[in-house]
Design a protein around this ligand. Structure first.
Ligand SMILES: Cc1cc2nc3c(=O)[nH]c(=O)nc-3n(C[C@H](O)[C@H](O)[C@H](O)COP(=O)(O)O)c2cc1C
Length: 167
């Protein structure tokens, strides 16, 4: 085996999980950002963790409100997912610039894409500093799913989003 850097490692472990972190901005509007640093963290109680760069608006929002909804985006919103991954929600109204169909989950004020395979309504339990990122450890308050929808995964070190198998 040869020694590699972390960029090469992320490309070699792909496809990686992909969720859209949906949060509420300070003005009450919706923000979304794709995240691949995602994992389940506990079965009982159900918990998950995700990591975001320190400057991300999504992180600011979850630290302020304690709330987020993480949705596994469906294949029809591939281009929007890439667009949401290249702008900071504090500077841009991403949902206005690249609108998508949304749906409400009962019990949460944060909307998610209509084309979602799974959505996790979460509350922030702990924020851990992790180098240039923050790791957000969350309690999962509710999970909903539509298994007829095909989810996107992250490929090639986050350069591309595509289903697990190209048809
Ligand atoms: C496929 C894909 C995966 C990504 N995964 C992560 C991630 O795990 N953590 C992260 O901080 N940013 C990740 N990003 C980049 C963020 O989505 C990007 O920095 C975004 O602009 C943050 O938006 P915000 O400032 O509105 O929160 C990813 C982008 C793409 C396209």
């Amino acid at each position: 085996m040869k020694e590699i850097d972390i960029g090469q490692a992320t490309a070699l472990t792909s496809p990686d999980p992909l969720v859209l972190v949906c949060t509420e901005k300070e003005d009450g509007s919706l923000n979304m950002a794709p995240v691949s640093f995602f994992m389940y963290a506990s079965f009982d109680p159900p918990m998950l963790a995700f990591g975001m760069g320190k400057a991300a608006n999504s992180g600011e929002n979850i630290r302020r409100t304690g709330k987020a909804v993480l949705a596994a985006p469906g294949v029809s919103i591939k281009n929007a997912v890439m667009a949401y991954g290249s702008a900071n929600g504090g500077k841009t109204d991403k949902l206005k610039e690249t609108p998508i169909a949304l749906q409400r989950i009962e019990g949460s004020s944060i909307q998610v894409p209509e084309d979602s395979r799974v959505a996790f309504v979460v509350s922030l339990a702990q924020t851990v500093e992790a180098g240039d990122h923050y790791l957000y450890l969350c309690n999962i308050d509710k999970m909903v799913a539509d298994d007829t929808k095909e989810a996107l995964l992250a490929w090639d070190g986050y350069a591309k989003v595509a289903p697990a198998q190209e048809k």
